[in-house]
Design a binder for this molecule. Sequence first.
Ligand code: B4P
Length: 184
Amino acid sequence: MKHRLLFLGPPGAGKGTQAQLLASTHGLLHLSTGDLLRAEVAAGSPLGQEAEAVMARGELVSDALVLAIVRQRLQGQAEGGGWLLDGFPRNLPQAEALAALLAELGQPIELVVLLELDDAVLIQRLLSRGRADDNEDVIRHRLEVYREQTAPLIHYYREQGLLKPVEAHGTVEQIGARITALLE
Ligand code: B4P
C-alpha cells in the first residue's frame, strides 16, 4: 500500500531519522524540506543564499520559498505513489497551502504522525549531532519557533481526525516499530 504521511514534532524528535527509515522500507518518496534547503545552501543557489542565514538563526524560511520546493516535488511524483513529508508544514499558512495543493492533486493525507519528546532529551540529541544550527542558543530559539508556529498544527490535524501521537523516547528501532504499528 502506498501511504501518504506527514511527520510532525519538535526539532530533534527524530523526524528525519524515522522518515528515512520508513520511506525506504515502504518505498515512499521522502520529502524533507530541511534536507532540500540544506542541499540548496550547499549548492550556493540563489534560493540557498536566501535560506542560509535564516536557518542559522533557527527561524523559518519564507513560506513562498518552501512551498515552491514542495509543489515541484509532489507534482513530479507518479500518480498514486506514496510519500512522506518530513518537517513540512511548519505553520498554519503552509498547512493550508498544502491542503489546497493536495486537493488539486487528489492525494489526501492519510495520517499525521506526531513525535513527542521532552525538551531535555531533544536538546541533548541536537547538541550531540552538531549541525551548523545545533548550538544551544539556536536550539532554544528553534524550540520557541516550534511552540509558536508549528505546535498549532497539532490541533489543526487532530480536529481533522488525522493525528496519531507516538512516544519518541527509546532506540531508533523501538520508535520505528511504534510508527509501523500505526500503519497496520
Ligand atoms: P529540519 O531539517 O526539519 O530538522 P530538525 O527539525 O532540527 O530535526 P529532526 O526532527 O528531523 O531530527 P533528526 O531525525 O535529524 O529543520 C532545520 C531547519 O530548516 C529549520 O530550523 C528551518 O530553518 C528550516 N526548515 C525546514 N523545513 C522548513 C519549513 N517547512 N518551513 C520553513 N523552514 C523550514 O534527529 C536529530 C538527532 O537525533 C540526529 O543526530 C539523530 O541521529 C538523533 N536521533 C534520532 N533518533 C534518535 C534516537 N531514537 N535516539 C538517540 N538519538 C536519536
